[in-house]
Every structure is written in structure tokens, then in C-alpha cells.
Design a protein around this ligand. Sequence first.
Ligand code: GLA
Length: 380
Amino acid sequence: MTLAGDPKAALLRRAGEVFTGRFDAAPDVVAFAPGRVEILGNHTDYNGGWIISVALDLGVAAAAARPMGESGGGAGIAVYSETLDSERTLSLSDARRAGDWSDYVKGVLLELGRRGPPSGALRMALASDLPVGSGVSSSAALEVAVASAAIAATGQAPPDRLEFARLCQRAEADFVGVPCGILDQFSSIFGVAGGFLFLDCATHEHAEITCAPSCPSVLVADTGVRHELVDGRYADLRASCERAATRLGVALGRPIRFLRDVSVEELERHAEAIDPRDRARAEHVVLENERVLEGRRALESGNLTLLGELMLESHASSRDLLGNSCEELDLLVDTARDLPGVLGAKLSGGGFGGATVTLVDPTRADATRERLVETFARRF
Ligand code: GLA
């Protein structure tokens, strides 16, 4: 797909049709939220660092309406997912998790309920063209689409965009229980067509960096290896980084809230203070932050070749220091890097499976995709 594409209209239409088929009425609103790929900044977000991402033209669409004759009380919320062919009835007065996909929806509606009157009765249908568990943020897209549709259908005053992103992040972190950063939700809300998004995850300063007129194509290659962020490995990486930050704070004699506040030199000087595994992970984060800042400068000066090199370095660092790659992801990156027209490639998102992102000259995109598919199929 290209950065400039916009196939979301078909998905919006489909969500409306799914709604009508399911609930025998027309929806009042339909909302779309895109998935994203992370171009640089792997596991930097919850370390208060920097990221560069791109919003995709694939996403989740939510169609919603308040059923006639029902209004308050939080009762009667029905949500249908076309992807999973599954319908759930949610009760917001019972704040327990169901342990399935509907928790993402319930978490968002509970957050919205904290800002204003409870949503009352609601019908919602979800359609998606994003693969689930592939590192392209299907869960954030779901949260953002659900929140947009619920806000519009219930007439709640919309939050500003940053609070919107945070609200969706809290739904995932506090309710579903995945201690994620803000990368996914922020990218889904602030992502722009035809450009990259730069974000400082500590200050939320952000910038749109256009690549027109020579935008590369963004190829997303899904390994089919499903990562489950809730399975503990993501939380384990985060805990390592937080331990390293605390240790460094003691060694440096100043409070270190995030690894972002540590320089490469400080980390080297106090390496012995940190457990070796935590140290390797911290080293990834500190150097990855440098790469993101260098990547921003490269993008702003139109140096896509350098951006691509930084992506390859990022992947090697995720693989060797952070430890969240796998042989399927490595094969896709190693294959892509040698193909003509490819600028760079890396894993995207949590890791341990999921997808790679490859930036490639648009004239070579089809050939690159074919080679990736062929090479992957031969090996796995
Ligand atoms: C997942 C999380 C994000 C971020 C990435 C890794 O996508 O949801 O918050 O930590 O992994 O960069």
C-alpha cells in the first residue's frame, strides 16, 4: 500500500451493512480508525522516548446507534464483531473482564463513562481489514473506532485528541491489562496521509513530516506468528527497562523517571550497576532513542536512505539486545534488505512474531512483495 491511499470508505460502508444485518436498523454513526506501523522507536514509548510511525490505510470501522426507546442506565449494550463473528452483551455496572475481545470495547466505554453520563443502551458493529496480533495495532484501532462511534452516538462532548489517545491507552493498560505505551493510540488518532508522524512520548510534542512528492511504499509483511501482548513477555521487557532506570537513578544520584533521561555515556559509565539482561534492554532503548532523533533529521532533509539504514540497525538491536525478534521476522528483514529499491526493514510493534515493515521505492513494491512471499513460503 502507499502512504497516500484511502480505502477506508469501503470499510465504513461494510460496518454500516454489518450493523443493519445484525440489528435490523440503520446505524446513526460510523467511524474509522487506522492501524499503524512503527518506523523507528521499538519499545521506546513507555520509556518516555521518541517514535516515528505511519498510519495505515487499513483499520477498524465501528457503526453505532442508540436503540429507539432506550436511553439511560448503562443497560443493553450489544457489540458485534464481524471478524470474529461474535456478539457480546456488556454491562458497565459490572467492571469485571470477560477475558476476550470485548474487553477492549468495555474498557473504552468505562473510560467514557468516567468523563460524562454513562453511554446508556447502545448497539455497535465492528468491521476490520487489519490482521489481529500482527504488530499493526488492531487493538488500538478498535479502541479508537469504538470511542469515536460511542461519543458520536451518545452525544458526549469529544475530548481533545491527546486526551482521546490517553483514554484509549488507559482502557488497554488499566482494564485489559496490557501495560502498553501511547504509540499505537496516538498514531491512530494523529497519523496523517502522505506523511510520517514523529512523537515525543514524554511531552507529547509531535510533528507531521511529509515525504511528498517522493513517498516510499510501506510494505507490511505478516509472519502469521501470533504475538499475544497479554502473555507477559511485553510486560517483562517493560519491567526490565523500569528496573534499569531505577538502578541508574541511584548510580547517577538523580531521579530517572524514564530511560529517555539517560545518555549513552551515562549508561556505559554505570553499566555494572545493572543486571546484564536489563542492561542489554536498556542499551537498546537508549540507542534506539538516538536513532529516532537521527531518523527525524534524515526525514526532514529528505534522506530516506539514511532512514532505511537506521531501520535495519533498529531491527538488529531489537533482535540482539531487546530479544523480541524471531526467525520468521529475521528472515523477512534479511530478505528485504538485499532487494533492489528497499530502503530498510524492521519488526514493528511488540515483537515475538507479528509483522515487519519495509520501506521501498514504489516502483519496486510489487516485486519486493513477491520475493518476500516466495522466500517465506519456501522456508516456513
Ligand atoms: C506495542 C505497544 C506499544 C509499543 C510497541 C513497541 O505495539 O502497544 O505501546 O510499546 O509495542 O514499540
